[in-house]
Design a protein around this ligand. Structure first.
Ligand SMILES: *Cc1c(COP(=O)(O)O)cnc(C)c1O
Length: 390
């Protein structure tokens, strides 16, 4: 049987080695505790769940949804954007529901990239941007993010011939995996660069509501002219602990929305209407819900950072996202480092290399670990004598 070459071209899963090691440890009876995936451990809010049973009894919800999403969901998204960022979107032309932001990101690649085109993709970054580009037959040009540039791409370093062939630019702030944030000045740069080179901007704003220390991230659309050239992807996954329900949205330029809608309507049939009803309840939750939840994450962040510093890792207190991005001591690759930690403590960190070449030298820790397991993990790390000078 033939397997399409694009399948085999997906870069090897860089966490293979660590996954094997985890399985080995578990087989030995070790209580492995993972800071690996960013998947909220906290429950979907009760109010959001409450409508689900009732929605399941309404027969119209048993049938195909419309790909673009229920008008009521799109109106709720428009109201949320207005309240949260002070920006207006037309629910009929500028908003689509998504089966999670990941679906929209993958399908956006099919909508805006073809063979011969380049996508500008951050490194390190969320892997779907480059894999989506590969599936669309395009090529990724990686924009290096590092501590010197505050984990923001430097557009002046992109060669002209690359800009000419580029059709999309992917950005993501608050950032996964680095926890970096961007201000409006950066988004102004993005709009200038994109307009000059006629490149569509895809901003992944999944973490805009997972924030600490009173920080409030902006929307890309707070910048004048952004709507001429871009889309913003959002997810209810991280905002409302809803990863399992699969619902998100995209807003922005109506021509880009139209193109994405054509691809989507030919490949998926939209989000289950019962789940869209949950989404509507979520978007209408009082903002207190989010600030209470963020307090829990912020406490976890603080205690994890303290222990990492005690172990000699260099780490900033992230202002947003579900991640702590820590610089490891010299003398190890991020893969070797994670293997040592796992081997000696039974605790899983993620090697930065898994997110791109520029992630080497770093590890990522997710704060989506329940408080009881977190306490055990932190005690173990605190009592551990690592094989480097802490
Ligand atoms: C979690 C995540 C997503 C995907 O979210 P879903 O809505 O659950 O598909 C997209 N982008 C980034 C950067 C993420 O971390």
């Amino acid at each position: 049987m033939k397997i399409a070459s694009r399948v085999n071209q997906v870069p090897p899963y860089l966490f293979v080695q660590i996954s094997r090691k985890i399985a080995e440890k578990k087989a030995q009876g070790v209580d492995v505790i993972s800071f690996g995936i960013g998947d909220p451990d906290l429950a979907t809010p009760r109010k959001v769940l409450d409508g689900l049973f009732d929605a399941s009894e309404i027969q119209v919800n048993h049938r195909y949804p419309e790909t673009e999403g229920l008008p009521e969901f799109r109106i709720a998204v428009a109201e949320w954007y207005k309240d949260r960022f002070g920006i207006q979107f037309d629910p009929d032309k500028e908003i689509l529901s998504l089966i999670g932001a990941k679906e929209g990101i993958g399908h956006a690649a099919l909508s805006f990239v073809e063979p011969g085109d380049i996508a500008l993709v951050p490194d390190p970054g969320y892997p779907v941007y480059s894999v989506g580009t590969l599936f669309a037959g395009g090529e990724s040009y990686f924009l290096p993010l590092n501590s010197e540039n505050n984990w923001l791409p430097d557009f002046s370093k992109i060669p002209d011939e690359i800009c000419k062939k580029s059709t999309v630019l992917w950005i993501n702030y608050p950032n996964n995996p680095t926890g970096a944030i961007a201000d409006l000045e950066f988004f102004e740069d993005v709009v200038r660069f994109a307009k000059k080179n006629d490149i569509a901007v895809m901003h992944d704003n999944c973490y805009s509501e997972v924030t600490f220390d009173g920080y409030k991230p902006p929307s890309f659309f707070e910048v004048d002219g952004a709507k001429d050239i871009g889309l913003e992807f959002h997810s209810l996954s991280k905002t409302y602990n809803m990863t399992g329900w699969r619902i998100g949205m995209v807003v922005g330029n109506p021509d880009l929305i139209d193109a994405l809608m054509i691809v989507k309507s030919n490949l998926d049939s939209g989000v289950s209407q019962a789940i869209q009803n949950m989404g509507i309840s979520a978007l209408k939750l009082p903002v207190d819900y989010i600030s209470e939840r963020n307090k829990i994450y912020q406490n976890r962040r603080d205690s994890i950072v303290e222990v990492l510093r005690h172990l000699g890792l260099e780490v900033q207190k992230t202002k947003a996202s579900l991640y702590i991005w820590a610089k490891i001591p010299k003398g190890f690759t991020s893969g070797e480092f994670c293997e040592i930690v796992l081997d000696q403590t039974g605790i899983v960190f993620t090697p930065g290399l898994g997110y791109g070449a520029n992630g080497e030298g770093y590890v990522r820790l997710s704060i989506t670990i329940d408080d009881a397991a977190l306490k055990v993990a932190l005690d173990r790390l605190n009592n551990w004598t690592p094989p480097w000078e802490a």
